[in-house]
Design a protein around this ligand. Structure first.
Ligand code: PRP
Length: 188
């Protein structure tokens, strides 16, 4: 057992449920993109686990690519700017149908900005999928095209999601014990 599991209050989305979410989402995507030119886009780092499962479950030829972005002033409501830390490098976007893969949508700022950015680059279509959606935290209006599970406003980690860069490797989505982040806050 990973010692970090001691910091988990309870499991919110067990491994088997994540697998079944992936199965049905991959099936739907495989149907919807059958006549398209799919570019599956991983937003680092959080979506890497979900992404690598999804790409193996979608039964279509595809290209994959990676971007890394960060919100200025993340955690505050002061700004909606998103900074691109790793960009796409290709000449022509006009023949690709991009499907952005996220682990979680919170304020909605990352995805709403990215969708506009990729449309501006000239992608033929841009859609989004997410394993988890936390609509209670929305600051900008945003509705993903594919949603695995709507979750309450809890501090979740695992399956790619981190707290202070830890817990990403846990095989399920769990709720972090409040004393873990409260202890850190009191030290800051
Ligand atoms: C998380 C998550 C999304 C974003 C969602 O990434 O992976 O990309 O936040 O938040 P939003 O809806 O409020 O924009 P984070 O910036 O924590 O980086 P990480 O994926 O490297 O952990």
């Amino acid at each position: 057992m990973n010692i970090l599991e001691n910091d988990i209050e309870r499991i919110l989305v067990p491994e088997e449920e994540v697998a079944s979410i992936e199965d049905s989402m991959a099936k739907q995507i495989s149907e919807d993109y059958a006549d398209k030119n799919l570019l599956l886009l991983c937003i680092l780092k959080g979506s890497v686990v979900f992404f690598s499962d999804l790409m193996r479950k979608i039964t279509l030829p595809m290209q994959i690519d990676f971007m890394k972005v960060t919100s200025y002033g993340k955690g505050s409501t002061s700004t909606g700017n998103v900074r691109i830390l790793l960009d796409l490098h290709r000449e022509d976007f006009s023949h690709v149908d991009v499907l952005i893969v996220e682990d979680i949508i919170d304020s909605g700022r990352t995805l709403s900005t990215l969708v506009e950015y990729l449309k501006m680059k000239g992608c033929r279509s841009v859609r989004t999928c997410t394993l988890l959606d936390k609509p209670a935290r929305r600051e900008v209006e945003f509705t993903p095209d594919y949603v695995g599970r709507i979750i309450p406003d809890e501090f979740v980690v695992g399956f790619g999601l981190d707290y202070a860069e830890k817990y990403r490797e846990l095989p399920y989505v769990g709720i972090l014990k409040p004393e873990v982040y409260k202890k850190k806050e009191s030290l800051d």
